[in-house]
Design a binder for this molecule. Structure first.
Ligand code: FAD
Length: 526
């Protein structure tokens, strides 16, 4: 994927696109894959980088959602469990089984959660990941050597999926492109146009790199802008009612010593009734998440001190060695686009399912749901979009569509496993030029060839694109990422033909963003 070619293709287009998708997160990318693979002409527009929004900030679980089972939402869980299985089948290089242990400290927890999690496993039908089992204290400790032993009685093990969210996103964008979609990052939709009857017939776009503004025609526009979707709806109807109740979750990342085994911890009820996970991810420990209603969504949300303290405190209840602020390598926040129903005044009326809403102007908005169900959401959305735009009826083909990078045994590529079938090409880059085989930081296994690859083939345009979403450096270790930035800028400048002033500007802008991922090791400010 080359941005210049995508831009040229977009500008050369005559006549309307079948579908213009606004938003390059999981939802928009899924819609683009579905529509392009049915043979429709598709343009996807993302105002920043692909995955800049919530879709790079998830807990990295491909799951049915155990807590929704507890709420009795069986159909939501069954749908997600099926999608979990399809995702592992279509993107095995990125989705892995992971054992989750629910530790028990009272006599009733193991039988209680054991039963519920057996039902969870049963609901996955032929898409099972692994058997649910009750564990003795000794077995629990074998899975979780750092779990707090005082009062520990045993546990329950169940299986779910784990993935790298922004890598999957980039691979979905590549899949859409492979099927003919034109995909553009740094292309913001700044307006929607209507025909004489008041129906949406196109979008106004600003190329955020050149500042140039253009118009393009569309038979139907899909608004897949997540927490920002009300803003896009109000471009057409300033009086549009609010659909989204944004809710923020944060994660803390620690080194691997806090969770050295291959299993995750699942706490079904934190003291204030939330679910919390501690997960091994890219050789680190990821702990989260909170769920706090917020007023307005922003592209770079910041964790609050209260959220950081809450996670530290909760993790400390379950780990022998309680993590402290000084142990935090990175922290990141994401905004859940929960959809209001009814009057939307209480959280019970916030749907965890996805919603498709069609405004009077014909603008189709899809929001809510979760990463795990992106494919099913997209199928639903494209069916409705095709009807709305009177496109030829074409069957959805994504149930068995391999995601770009598909590889059945990607583990053989070691640290490059997440690239799947692209890994050999990155290895070739590193072999051809020894400077590209060097690690960019001693604490992370990222090599220079990955920067070149991302810039040449994955439309990375800024240092942040490489360090936050093509590699996961910023999410794993913010200080290491800051240290890597100058070398990343130098490598990118060579690829993109930029000068040293560009490099300095890039490093400085990256550092501004990265500061939000750092936590000061001392006491929080009063
Ligand atoms: C803390 C947290 C943890 C989660 N964990 C999980 C999990 O473990 N598993 C799971 O399945 N789900 C999880 N989810 C849910 C999942 O991450 C989200 O449902 C999903 O990422 C939403 O994707 P989206 O594409 O709708 O939104 P986004 O990813 O936010 O994408 C919307 C995009 O639209 C773009 N945009 C906005 N305005 C414009 C415009 N005018 N022009 C062009 N582009 C525009 C934005 O820049 C953004 O990139 C989690 C959510 C949160 C908040």
């Amino acid at each position: 994927m080359k941005r210049d070619e995508m831009l040229a293709r977009g500008l050369a287009k005559r006549g309307p696109w079948d579908i213009v998708v606004v938003g390059g997160g999981a939802t928009g990318a899924g819609v683009a894959v579905d529509a392009a693979s049915r043979g429709y002409e598709v343009l996807l527009l993302e105002q920043h980088d692909f995955g800049k929004g919530t879709s790079s900030r998830s807990t990295k679980l491909v799951h049915g959602g155990v807590r929704y089972l507890e709420q009795g939402n069986i159909s939501l869980v069954m749908e997600a469990l099926k999608e979990r299985g399809l995702l592992r089948q279509n993107a095995p290089h990125l989705v892995h089984d992971l054992a989750f242990i629910v530790p028990s400290y009272t006599w009733w927890e193991s039988p209680f959660y054991g039963f519920g999690l057996k039902v969870y496993n049963m609901l996955s039908g032929r898409y099972k990941f692994g058997p649910t089992k009750r564990l003795s204290k000794q077995e629990t400790l074998e899975h979780l050597p750092t779990i707090k032993t005082e009062g520990l009685r045993g546990g329950v093990v169940y299986y779910d999926g784990q993935f790298d969210d922004s890598r999957l996103l980039i691979n979905l964008i590549a899949t859409a492109a492979k099927h003919g979609a034109t995909v553009l990052n740094y292309a913001k939709v700044i307006g929607l146009t209507r025909d004489d009857d008041g129906f949406i017939n196109g979008v106004n776009i600003r190329d955020e790199e050149s500042g140039r503004e253009v118009h393009t025609d569309a038979r139907v526009v899909v608004n897949a802008t997540g927490a920002f979707c009300d803003g896009v709806r109000r471009m057409v109807d300033p009086e549009a009612t609010t659909m989204i109740a944004p809710s923020q979750g944060i994660h803390l990342v620690f080194d691997r010593s806090f969770l050295p085994g291959d299993s995750a911890i699942m706490v079904p009820h934190t003291p204030d009734g939330r679910v919390m996970f501690a997960i091994p991810w890219h050789n680190h420990t990821l702990v989260g998440t909170t769920d706090v209603a917020i007023e307005t969504a922003s592209l770079e949300p910041l964790p609050t001190e209260a959220e950081i303290d809450f996670i530290l405190e909760t993790a400390g209840r379950y780990l022998e060695k309680a993590p402290t602020r000084a142990d935090i390598l990175s922290t990141f926040a994401g905004i859940r686009p929960l959809v209001k129903s009814g009057d939307g005044t209480n959280t019970a009326s916030l749907s965890r399912d996805h919603t498709i809403h069609i405004d009077n102007s014909g603008l189709l908005t899809i929001a809510g749901g979760k990463w795990t169900t992106y494919r099913n959401m997209a199928e639903d959305c494209v069916n409705q979009a095709a009807t709305l735009a009177e496109l030829d009826e074409r069957e959805c083909v994504t149930r068995k569509l391999q995601v770009h990078g598909y590889h059945a045994s990607a583990e053989e590529f070691g640290d490059l496993a997440v690239y799947g079938s692209d890994a050999p090409a990155i290895q070739d880059l590193a072999r051809a030029d020894s400077a590209l085989s060097e690690r960019l930081h001693s604490e992370l296994p990222i090599i220079a060839a990955e920067v070149v690859w991302a810039t040449r083939n994955e439309m990375a345009r800024t240092v942040e694109d490489v360090l936050a979403r093509r590699t996961r450096a910023l999410f794993l270790n913010a200080r290491a990422a800051i240290a890597m930035a100058p070398r990343v800028a130098e490598l990118m400048a060579k690829e993109l033909g930029r000068d040293t002033a560009w490099q300095s500007k890039e490093v400085s802008e990256f550092n501004d963003v990265a500061r939000g991922y750092l936590v000061s090791p001392g006491e929080p400010p009063a």
